[in-house]
Design a protein around this ligand. Structure first.
Ligand code: AMP
Length: 395
């Protein structure tokens, strides 16, 4: 058996999975939450059962110690299933990192420099790498970048129409995110359809807490909705997505809000939560169903933007074989899926409402048999994709 430990280190949480890469099976997974606070929790799903523990987690090193303790206490034993490598999720790889990469001092320093472009994510990813190196000193650590899959975007898609020289000097361009998920899901969708990836044109809608759309042409990302940062594009749980940039100048002049406050407004107090007070789509559904107009409007704005992107990406691709929903909302909300494609029959997108309503954890078709475009739900698995990519580097 060969195992790989996959690490997703956020600013206040550590997620991990130990994966047997020979059979692609999860041996254990866990989550350490509220890093940096006085009361944290560690949840570990071992071979037999799940375990919860309350504890203070001062920093990322303490979170990794809690993870190691959980493996020691509840199994599986890391000594008996020693990982051959550690795969780390890193959000921003800039223009340099287009492949999964063995972590070196240079790579760490580049990840630190790229924090400028992903201030919420890269510093926490790096802390995770450093803490993990402390625990697993003798095996390779591999960084898998969220931006890497989108390095195939053509210049027309990644260039902002601003002063070209300034943009070049300051590295202002679109990068795109959720690449690990878009890669995994687009491959799985082609497999589900039984067609070679190279000939399938698809739109993948990753709708989770963060959300992005991606046009995938023959396995290559040609357009995606997140930009230089993960703020652009679709309406998200707490992020605004697309907005006229002049709104910021206006609010600054009118209210005196500074850049930090405006950044906070668009990243943490906008999207579904800004419109309705709820950042979880389940709560938005419940509130709207009980007659809450703000929640209904939040839902309407969310699906309106989705439909807009589907139409735009269809045009970019020139033909569409599959429209694929994934992540928390995409996999679990028949309401969002139905409304996003309502009225797209003219584009050959026809939903089967009974198939759409059925719940399942497996990849499935939710379009009618005669729909020219296959509409699919394909559960994402970013951890498995990171394990696969890590394995490809160390083998
Ligand atoms: P993710 O970031 O992929 O884990 O997705 C998290 C989001 O999925 C949550 O914030 C919820 O809004 C959404 N979600 C999970 N289950 C459901 C559901 N049954 N219906 C609607 N949304 C859901």
């Amino acid at each position: 058996m060969s195992t790989i430990l996959v690490i997703n280190s956020g600013s206040s949480s550590l997620k991990y999975q130990l994966i047997d890469v020979e059979v692609e099976e999860v041996l254990a997974s866990g989550l350490v939450e509220r890093i940096g606070e006085t009361t944290g929790t560690a949840t570990h799903h071992g071979p037999a059962e799940s375990h919860d523990r309350d504890l203070a987690v001062a920093d990322h090193a303490a979170a990794f110690a809690a993870m190691r303790d959980a493996f020691d206490e509840h199994g599986p034993s890391l000594a008996e299933h020693p990982p051959i490598a550690i795969g780390h999720r890193v959000v921003h790889g800039g223009v340099r990192y287009i492949e999964p990469t063995i972590v070196t001092d240079v790579v760490k320093s580049d990840i630190a420099d790229l924090a400028e472009l992903a201030p919420l994510h890269n510093p926490a990813n790096l802390e995770g790498i450093i803490a993990a190196e402390g625990l697993f000193a003798d095996i390779p650590h591999v960084a898998v970048f969220d931006t890497a899959f989108h390095q195939t975007l053509p210049p027309a898609a990644f260039t902002y129409a601003i002063d070209a020289e300034l943009a070049e000097r300051q590295h202002v361009r679109r990068f795109g995110f959720h690449g690990t998920s878009h890669r995994f899901v687009s491959r799985a969708a082609a497999e589900f359809l039984g067609r070679p990836l190279g000939e399938v044109k698809q739109i993948v809608l990753h709708l989770g807490n963060g959300a992005s759309a991606c046009a995938v042409d023959g396995g290559r990302s040609i357009e995606t909705s997140m930009g230089m940062t993960p703020l652009e594009g679709l309406v998200m749980g707490t992020r605004s997505g697309d907005i006229d940039p002049a709104v910021l100048f206006y609010l600054h002049r009118k209210t005196g809000m500074d850049f930090g406050e405006l950044e906070d407004l668009l990243n943490r107090r906008s999207g579904l939560v800004g419109l309705s007070g709820h950042n979880d789509m389940r709560d938005v559904h419940d509130a709207a169903a009980s007659g809450d107009h703000a929640a209904q409007l939040a839902f309407d704005v969310y699906v309106h933007r989705l439909t807009y992107y589907i139409g735009g990406y269809f045009a970019q691709l020139g033909r569409l074989d599959a429209l694929v929903f994934t992540a928390g909302v995409g996999e679990n909300s028949p309401e969002v899926r139905a409304r996003a494609v309502e009225g797209l029959g003219g584009l050959g997108i026809r939903l089967d409402l009974a198939r759409n309503a059925a719940q399942s954890h497996l990849p499935r078709r939710i379009s009618t048999d005669d729909s020219p475009v296959a509409v699919l739900v394909v559960p994402t698995n970013e951890e498995l994709e990171i394990a696969r990519q890590t394995l490809s580097v160390v083998r």
